[in-house]
Design a protein around this ligand. Structure first.
Ligand SMILES: C[S@@+](CC[C@H](N)C(=O)[O-])C[C@H]1O[C@@H](n2cnc3c(N)ncnc32)[C@H](O)[C@@H]1O
Length: 193
């Protein structure tokens, strides 16, 4: 449907995905979400897959958005989450209609980073925040992950914390590096009116 190579991988991986993955880092996501200057009542988990990251969050209404119908059906059926099929580069939500977005272990799989960040900036209300958890390709473990994903044929494109901060700024978001390491967290805040 979206012509995205990595999405087909996740359609096939969906039955095993949650068995293979550790729980998401809810503490790091919470630290990123704390950068919002408005209250977070409605959150999109973009590239949210089976809802692993959404399961680590509590409080707001959470909608999992993903281009893999197999991953989404697990979010819906196994976790009872709200799930919407959609491409991160063309989100099916109105302008300024959500308070926060999370993108966990998914940004490097998105085929068009600029479109995804533009869409995030469009759907976030003023004072809202996007929190991205990614892997640093300049970290020794990150170099191994890049090689492993490419070896299995994924089209992953990884960004370092400073590169991702620059991307967020280019999309009109105020970037903050929340934590660093092999797995790192970057937040981007939308301007108040
Ligand atoms: C490694 S999984 C991460 C899933 C979840 N965020 C987690 O932390 O477990 C990457 C997800 O990105 C999704 N994805 C890839 N390209 C996408 C796109 N263009 N739009 C929306 N989701 C996409 C895949 O279908 C997959 O579910």
């Amino acid at each position: 449907m979206y012509g995205l190579g990595d999405v087909r991988f996740f359609d096939r991986l969906a039955p095993l995905y949650d068995l293979a993955m550790p729980p998401a880092n809810g503490e790091a996501l919470g630290a990123g979400l704390d950068h919002a200057t408005r209250s977070i009542d409605r959150l999109l988990d973009v590239g949210g897959g089976s809802g692993r990251a959404a399961a680590a969050l509590s409080g707001p209404e959470i909608i999992v958005v993903d281009a893999s119908h197999e991953m989404l059906s697990r979010a819906r059926d196994a976790r009872g989450l709200s799930a919407v099929g959609g491409d991160a580069g063309r989100l099916p939500f109105r302008d300024a209609s959500v308070d926060a977005i999370t993108v966990v272990d998914a940004f490097h799989h998105l085929p068009d980073h600029d479109a995804a960040l533009r869409e995030a900036a469009r759907v976030l209300a003023p004072g809202g925040v996007i929190v991205i958890r990614e892997f640093d390709p300049t970290h020794p473990l990150g170099r191994g992950l890049v090689a492993a994903e490419h070896a299995v044929g994924m089209a992953s494109r990884f960004r370092s914390p400073s590169e991702l901060s620059d991307d967020l700024a280019d999309a009109g978001l105020d970037p903050r590096i929340v934590d660093r390491g092999f797995g790192y967290t970057v937040a981007g805040v939308t301007e108040e009116p």
